[in-house]
Write a new protein. Structure first.
Length: 302
């Protein structure tokens, strides 16, 4: 399954990048496909797997890891920015792209491929209560502080959280959705959630930029080392301290090893924050992660 998933990832990434270079699709194709994934496929995946998740205290440990890693990110990126004498915009890009991983679009399908279908609910917890809430709070704060926007209020952040469709799917999945729904519902959710991987990878292929910024090579290399190596290493050290074992621990480490979130890079670019560095963090991070993710999945066994 892992080989099949990676083959599909590479094929759809290459196809999306080819379409981007040939301008074969409308300019807003990536945005439209992103909305389809966000509003249809991702909620379907959450509804399919969340009801199978047994609420237990250990899940708090899964949700805590991304927040603990966020604290480490702020400290380490701050030290890195001082050592490399980075501009404020580059500092902001590293804060966003190191703190936020691609824990849903890439994390869900690769968790299922590398660990197993039963581990997917743990990825949902890590993503929804970790990465998404960090994006909606810390991410907005970084954009406001470094991008020149008005500082978002608590009400603005709450509205953003409440408008996120997968969060409502998670609420429904934990409350009224049965673990074994009628076959017509289960079949529909399976077909929609199965479209998550190819559509998400096609979207990333349409969006990613691979032009290497020469003058930004040092922050790029340092940022990717933090995101793809040091953060999962810290997660690997944290999981036994938080009482996480088995698939729960492996999923937590794997999610922490995901490459920079595409949305984080896109937001940085939209706010004029070191666009080339943001695009390179996302593009090269994704390519390198195809080699590092299987290693972390294997290291986290047991």
């Amino acid at each position: 399954m892992a080989f099949d998933a990676f083959a599909l990832v590479l094929a759809m990434l290459a196809l999306g990048y080819l379409f981007q270079r040939l301008r074969a699709l409308p300019d807003n194709a990536a945005q439209v496909l992103n909305l389809v994934v966000l509003y249809v496929c991702l909620p379907a995946a959450v509804l399919r797997y969340a009801p199978r998740l047994h609420l237990e205290p250990a899940l708090l440990g899964v949700a805590a890891v991304p927040w603990l890693l966020l604290s480490a990110t702020v400290l380490l990126v701050g030290l890195l920015a001082r050592a490399l004498k980075l501009r404020r915009d580059k500092h902001a890009v590293l804060l966003l792209t190191v703190a936020l991983g691609n824990t849903s679009f890439l994390g869900y399908p690769l968790t299922r491929a590398l660990i197993g279908e039963h581990a997917l609910p743990y990825a949902v917890v890590y993503d929804q209560f970790g990465a998404f809430l960090i994006l909606s709070t810390f991410g907005l704060w970084v954009l406001a502080r470094y991008g020149g926007d008005a500082r978002p209020s608590a009400a603005d952040m709450l509205r953003r959280v409440l408008r996120f469709p997968p969060l409502w799917a998670l609420v429904v999945g934990f409350s009224i959705m049965p673990a074994e729904p009628p076959s017509w519902i289960a079949g529909g959710l399976q077909r929609l959630s199965d479209a998550l991987l190819p559509l998400a990878m096609l979207t990333i292929g349409l969006s990613v930029k691979l032009a290497l910024p020469r003058e930004e090579l040092k922050p790029l290399a340092a940022g990717l080392a933090l995101k793809l190596a040091l953060m999962p290493a810290l997660a690997w050290a944290l999981v036994p301290l938080l009482g996480l074992h088995g698939e729960m621990a492996r999923t937590t480490v794997l999610e922490s090893a995901m490459p920079p979130m595409v949305t984080a890079g896109a937001l940085a670019i939209a706010h004029g924050l070191a666009p080339r560095l943001a695009a390179a963090m996302v593009g090269y991070g994704l390519l390198l992660s195809l080699a590092t993710l299987p290693l972390w999945a294997r290291l986290a066994v047991g």
